[in-house]
Design a protein around this ligand. Structure first.
Ligand code: GAL
Length: 672
């Protein structure tokens, strides 16, 4: 999905906070032009300005601002204002306010905290959305809808636990299971004598009550995600009735409460808010790899380019300590988004508010000194750069041949397993398997278990504890037809109701192994594995498996399972499947991937030697490739080009050894 012919550059704009300062609003337009801003997101939290009293709508100011921006070649992404509720709504109708897990209803205030089942909330939302869409949904300056804001981000679990939601949950379950008997079996309720005999006995998981039925916990999470989505879909239906503009909302990438693969289906394109914790460690590499993973996830949701809807131009204000972006990092991190498939660099926020909790959050325009600040200059420089590269970049996209599985249902289930390691974090394990791909400069798509696998040469599924319905068949077919499937210990344990598989591993035939026990040697004894003549330390779970038809490529070195397989490879049909039985230091994953990428000729296609901390993303069109060569090191780095490429910004042809500055990004091209 493409919006116009420029990479979008701009961000959240809150003129609703400055309506009584017309000189500031005028100055904003002048400064926006100076900063190369061509797009803003408007109206995100403006409900009380758009509807100051129930049923009294005031949209003139918004239309005037949209028009003025449009006259200055600045487009608008128009938000529905449901991210925060006005007092007339929260105070008059208490049912719109969420109830927390402890049964207490929230007071008015804050944001992202409406009950998605409240009929009043739905009706008031329909009305304001209709007014906006009727009035502004065809304005030539408006290019997209932005439904609400960071839906579900209530700071806890995204859920409302009110009586309406409890009832809706029971109805949702009835629809899913039909009979209580089926539900009892699926949830294994005979355990501790918790068999349900009446639908009315079912309640959401509670720390004061039932939260040990894994099937209940899992279904509740599915329900919460689906209810928020249901509300969002209703907003989408309303705006679509009156306007044909594309629709998105700002997602949060690895946001645990909402299954974004389900969500993405509702939108014309996806967008997300990106706030990496730069400069927080000994180097930037974990942060950069994590940001790349998040961009890749968002890109994969619809397998299309996306928008980075928010990022900070300098600093956030909600971490314990909030560091400034060091010189160069703003440009690099913004171009990283583009390198990974974003067609925008948008900020939170255009101008710092004067009061309240975000008054010290970074912005393009500070409280003082207008255009005469380091941040403004950085943003303006980037604006120029984005404009210059727009023509070449738009119309290209990343075309990964490797996929990794990241699945929300698996996330919810594996961290609720009450098993061998109760601190296991799915996202961290996933990132350990992602980072070496990032280091090697190869793009990876990130899919859930429902996605199609056949277009990828390699699929890596770490910690794939729960198997969704149909998944094993699709993996079997994928490998049979020639695919390469890699998975790890603690995979294929439970089905989609969180019941443990009996008899044998559901992919035993494909993997050629029989997994038996799992150990966590942590603190008891160190262990290591031997692979290709090298020893690698164990860092977590150790699966004890027997090879059946699989060949053993690495073995444990110590303890009573010394000699047991730690890495196996099984030929199945025309393809092959690897099983990594142990969690190992990253050097093992690096060595393993290098072997795999070399065998399958999937290495980075930019013919350049680059050191750790420098990486590459490739955006392609049918006739050309663009490579974003990025140095995330805090110091200069040398890279060596083994053939000539053209720098798209300077026109210079680059070959041989060159030095990249700290945090530099060079964009190269080559025609086919
Ligand atoms: C986002 C949110 C914005 C702003 C920003 C601050 O999560 O959508 O409204 O609060 O964080 O970093």
């Amino acid at each position: 999905m493409r919006l116009g012919n420029r990479i979008l550059h701009g961000g959240d704009y809150n003129p609703d906070q400055w309506l009584d300062c017309p000189e500031i609003l005028e100055e904003d337009v002048r400064l926006m032009k100076k900063a190369g801003v061509n797009c803003v997101s408007l109206g995100i939290f403006a409900w009380s300005m758009l509807e100051p009293e129930e049923g009294r709508y005031e949209l003139d100011w918004l239309e005037e601002i949209i028009q003025r921006l449009y006259d200055n070649d600045i487009h608008t992404i128009l938000a529905t204002p449901t991210g925060a509720m006005p007092h007339w709504l929260t105070d008059q109708y208490e049912e719109v306010r969420q109830v927390r897990e402890d049964g207490v209803r929230n007071d008015a205030g804050k944001r992202h905290n409406y009950c998605p089942r409240s009929l009043v909330m739905r009706e008031k939302t329909r009305r304001i959305d209709q007014k906006l869409a009727e009035r502004l949904g065809r304005h030539p300056g408006v290019i997209s809808w932005h439904i609400s804001n960071e839906i579900g981000n209530n700071g806890i679990d995204g859920a409302c636990y009110c009586a309406n939601c409890q009832q809706a949950f029971r109805e949702w379950l009835q629809k899913k299971y039909d009979t209580l008997d089926t539900l009892n079996k699926a949830w294994w309720t005979a355990f501790w004598s918790h068999t349900y005999t009446d639908w009315a006995q079912i309640k959401s998981p509670s720390s004061r009550g039932e939260n040990l039925l894994h099937g209940l916990n899992l279904d509740w999470k599915r329900f919460v995600s689906s209810q928020q989505l249901d509300f969002c879909r209703e907003e989408i239906r309303t705006v679509r009735k009156y306007s044909s503009l594309p629709v998105t909302t700002n997602l949060m990438a690895f946001f645990r409460p909402l299954d974004y693969f389900q969500w993405a289906k509702a939108f014309d394109f996806v967008s997300w808010d990106c706030y990496p914790d730069w400069h927080s460690g000994a180097d930037e590499l974990d942060t950069a790899a994590e940001a790349a993973a998040a961009h890749s996830l968002v890109r994969s949701l619809k397998r299309d380019n996306f928008l980075m809807m928010e990022s900070t131009p300098s600093v956030v204000n909600w971490r314990e300590k909030n560091r400034l972006k060091r010189p160069g990092m703003h440009e690099l991190s913004s171009l990283q988004a583009v390198a990974c498939g974003s067609d925008s660099v948008q900020y939170f926020q255009w101008r710092k508010s004067r009061g309240s909790s975000e008054k010290y959050h970074g912005a393009v325009v500070d409280h003082k000194y207008g255009e005469d600040t380091r941040v403004f200059r950085d943003v303006a420089r980037l604006g120029e750069r984005l404009l210059q590269i727009s023509e070449k970049v738009l119309g290209t996209c990343n075309q990964a041949r490797i996929a990794m599985i990241f699945d929300w249902e698996n996330w919810w289930a594996v961290e609720d397993a009450n098993a061998i390691d109760n601190h296991i974090q799915y996202q961290s394990v996933f990132l350990e398997y992602f980072r070496p791909f990032w280091e090697l400069g190869v793009d990876v798509d990130i899919l859930d278990m429902d996605c199609e696998l056949d277009s990828y040469d390699v699929v890596v599924a770490p910690l794939n504890y729960l198997y969704r319905k149909g998944y094993t068949d699709r993996v079997r077919q994928y490998v049979d037809k020639g695919g390469c499937y890699v998975t790890t210990c603690w995979s294929g344990e439970v089905d989609d109701t969180d019941l443990v598989y009996l008899e044998k591993h559901p992919l035993e035939d494909v993997l050629g192994i029989a997994p038996e026990e799992v150990d966590v040697p942590d603190g008891y004894c160190e262990n290591s594995i031997r692979f290709q003549g090298q020893s690698y330390q164990i860092t977590g779970l150790c699966g004890l498996v027997h090879a059946k038809s699989a060949e053993v490529l690495a073995q444990y070195q110590h303890d009573f399972y010394a000699g047991y397989p730690a890495l196996t490879r099984n030929i199945y049909g025309k393809g092959e499947a690897y099983y990594i039985a142990s969690m190992n230091e990253m050097d093992f994953i690096r060595a393993f991937y290098r072997m795999l990428l070399h065998e399958k000729e999937l290495e980075c296609r930019l013919n350049v030697k680059f050191p750790m901390g420098v990486t590459v993303n490739e955006r392609r069109a049918s006739d050309r490739s663009l490579w974003f060569l990025q140095n995330f090191n805090r110091t200069a780095a040398y890279v060596e080009f083994l053939e000539p490429y053209t720098n798209i910004e300077t026109g210079e042809v680059i070959n041989g050894k060159i030095m990249m500055e700290a945090f530099e990004c060079i964009i190269l091209e080559k025609f086919k």
